[in-house]
Design a protein around this ligand. Structure first.
Ligand SMILES: Cc1cc2nc3c(=O)[nH]c(=O)nc-3n(C[C@H](O)[C@H](O)[C@H](O)COP(=O)(O)OP(=O)(O)OC[C@H]3O[C@@H](n4cnc5c(N)ncnc54)[C@H](O)[C@@H]3O)c2cc1C
Length: 622
């Protein structure tokens, strides 16, 4: 360890336990009954198994993806039969898969036997709970799916599910303390790093403020570009009709639009290139329509023939549980398997500790089997018995289970490898399903006095390893109290979107996925310590002293994106695309007794789509 590493605290005594699929599961596996036993017993069945409190590399953790990658490389497995038979098997235990189980029970009754398989060591998919404990205090963070966005506009089935789970969205108006950071005078800022801008500089306040802009390390020309950009009062593309503008912006990336029409030069674009986190895509690959509909500057209220983003309107972004939508997943699980945790409402769920040993109980109608990757799903077409056989891999052993019905609530690009019998046209469409990679990192710090000294609540970081850092959402629910005093510990939330600028969106996603799987936790840790140290040093922050825990949630297969293989165009929510371009609708059609859910089926990475597609998939079977 060199001197810099020591100064950063790389040797500091924080928890970096990334062992559930490595050491713990290895130890766990050695305690399990002999592999010849047809009954499958896993690490989750052992006492003390509790993945939310693991730190280090989470999200797509080691042990969760290797079997799937071997399958893509053509590996096959000989499986032993468990003899287990179900009414429904769900592949994928994210919000979509769990919702599918919920809807199936509603349609078929509580006695319906359901098995949910997921390759991760925890359920919830992207909706991931992270916990830390510091000085005996529980701190809860979100490792993925962050909040219910505009739930008042959810489709009816999603609204009903949220209600059926006992979530009263009105409660967030008091649970979420919208005044806390404002009352402390904290603002949004931008950290300019010396690698990109020649010097480290923290600008506190909006760049649209001339007093802030004047001090940033950018050429006068760059500052003038930014001032014009934020003023956003010029008309562009005025010679085109709204329809022509829409067609043009759909085919143009935001960066090209800004260069060619708004006249922004390289200096100012370097600042905006940090805007990657929200849509998991750089401005060089983001369709200009996405920027327009998100109300990014540079369009001066341009008319495309329909309304753009109307701001938060009546529904602010406050519908956030301390663990994000992991609570939606936990409520679904507790409702279907009541023995897993005490309690019965949206308040007590927040701190309820789940007993994972109850998830796969043979006496329960619904079972959830973790660390289990489906590697083959075969419609055996036996209408008298169980129609579908699913082979899954756990602890290196392949096992068969059968069911009358299967819902695939997993990544669509994998389905052709799982079900090679599907028609060729369907497999081709499924194989083009795109997922954008991204990282949600949680850093536990001992106090946040440095933020208060600097007057900062969040910072965009152009050119930084993480593109942004912010204080956690201040939400107190049930027995959970968010930190309100700067002397209390705090979770910082950092976002990183890997990728290779200059490539097409699709190729950037692939490059980002490779980058994520090749980057060890130690690299993340060093970058985090260095970056936070530099942003916050004037506030007295010392990374070696003040960082108490780090959890990196990497999601190589993150947001589901709309993709048109004919043009190579992408869209986050392709609601503007004509029907004939919505290939995923045909890719998601039912095949025998197998139906297909998950956000890929809508090409829209939102919780309401995960729920709605689950409902459609179950309706097709029932
Ligand atoms: C970092 C991040 C932040 C987000 N924030 C928000 C937000 O604030 N609001 C919002 O509405 N949406 C958000 N989303 C979008 C999110 O994708 C959806 O809301 C939703 O959680 C997706 O649910 P899903 O079940 O469709 O997919 P997933 O969550 O991806 O679940 C699919 C599951 O299937 C598993 N699986 C795949 N293949 C197999 C196999 N062969 N065998 C077994 N299991 C398999 C996967 O590993 C995964 O666990 C976010 C996404 C990410 C990545």
């Amino acid at each position: 360890m060199n001197k810099t590493d020591r100064q950063l605290g790389m040797n500091a005594d924080i928890t970096r336990r990334d062992f559930i699929s490595g050491v713990s599961v290895a130890i766990g596996a050695s305690l399990l009954p002999a592999a010849s036993s047809a009954q499958d017993v896993g690490a989750q069945d052992l006492p003390g198994y509790y993945p939310p409190d693991l730190t280090g590399m989470r999200g797509s953790h080691a042990g969760s993806f290797e079997a799937a990658h071997m399958l893509l490389d053509g590996k096959t497995w000989d499986a032993q039969d468990t003899g287990e038979e179900y009414d429904l098997i769900v592949v994928g235990g994210g919000i979509s898969g769990l919702s599918a189980a919920h809807f199936f029970r509603q349609a078929m009754g509580d006695k319906a036997r359901i098995l949910i398989l997921d390759n991760h060591d925890d359920f919830g998919g992207h909706a991931k709970r992270n916990e830390f404990v510091i000085d005996g205090r529980l701190m809860i963070g979100y490792g993925g799916t962050m909040l219910l966005e505009s739930p008042g506009g959810y489709p009816d089935v999603a609204k009903k599910l949220i209600r059926d789970l006992g979530i009263d969205t009105q409660r967030f108006y008091t649970a979420f303390d919208r005044d806390l950071y404002r009352s402390l005078g904290l603002k949004r800022g931008t950290f300019f790093n010396k690698e990109t801008f020649g010097t480290d500089h923290l600008a506190v306040g909006a760049l649209s403020d001339p007093d802030v802009l004047k001090h940033i390390p950018l050429s006068e020309e760059g500052k003038a570009d930014l001032a014009r950009f934020y003023a956003d009062d010029r008309e562009y593309l005025s010679d085109l009709s709204p329809e022509e503008r829409l067609a043009y912006l759909q085919q143009t990336d935001y960066e090209t639009y800004l260069k060619e029409h708004v006249g922004m030069g390289d200096a100012s674009l370097k600042v905006l290139r940090s805007w990657r986190g929200l849509w998991a895509i750089g401005i060089d690959a983001m369709p200009a329509t996405t920027a327009w509909s998100s109300d990014y500057p540079g369009f001066a209220g341009m008319d495309l023939g329909f309304p753009s983003y109307q701001g938060e309107g009546d529904e602010p972004n406050i519908f956030h549980f301390p663990d994000g939508n992991a609570t939606v997943a936990r409520l679904l699980v507790r409702q279907m398997i009541p023995a897993v945790a005490p309690g019965d409402d949206m308040e007590d769920i927040v701190t309820a500790r789940f007993d994972y040993a109850r998830l796969d109980d043979p006496n329960s109608a619904v079972r959830i089997r973790l660390n289990s990757t489906a590697v083959r799903v075969r419609d055996v077409g036996d209408k008298l018995k169980n129609a579908v056989q699913v082979t899954y891999l756990r602890n290196g052993e392949a096992r068969n289970v059968t069911a009358k019905n299967v819902v695939m609530a997993c990544y669509h690009a994998m389905i052709p490898h799982l079900c090679p019998e599907m028609p060729q046209d369907q497999r081709s469409i499924l194989s083009t399903a795109l997922r954008a990679p991204l990282v949600y990192t949680n850093v536990l710090i001992r106090n946040w006095t440095s933020f208060v000294k600097l007057g900062l609540r969040r910072a965009d970081c152009p050119g930084g390893y993480h593109h942004g850092v912010q204080l956690d959402y201040p939400v107190s629910l049930g027995e959970y109290r968010c930190p309100k005093s700067p002397d209390e510990p705090m979770i910082l939330h950092l976002t990183r979107v890997p990728g290779q600028p200059g490539l097409s969106a699709r190729d950037q996603f692939v490059a980002g996925q490779r980058d994520l799987l090749a980057t060890p936790f130690q690299t993340f840790e060093r970058e985090i310590r260095d970056q936070l140290g530099r942003i916050l040093s004037d506030g007295g922050f010392d990374p070696a002293r003040d960082i108490a825990g780090i959890t990196v949630n990497r999601w190589p297969h993150g947001y589901a994106y709309g993709y048109d293989p004919e043009t190579d165009h992408v869209a986050f929510n392709p609601s503007l695309w004509p029907m004939e371009k919505r290939h995923w609708v045909h890719g998601s059609r039912r095949f025998g007794n197998i139906s297909i859910a998950a956000t890929d089926a809508a090409s829209n990475a939102m919780t309401e789509s995960a729920i709605e597609e689950a409902h459609r998939a179950v309706s097709e079977l029932t």
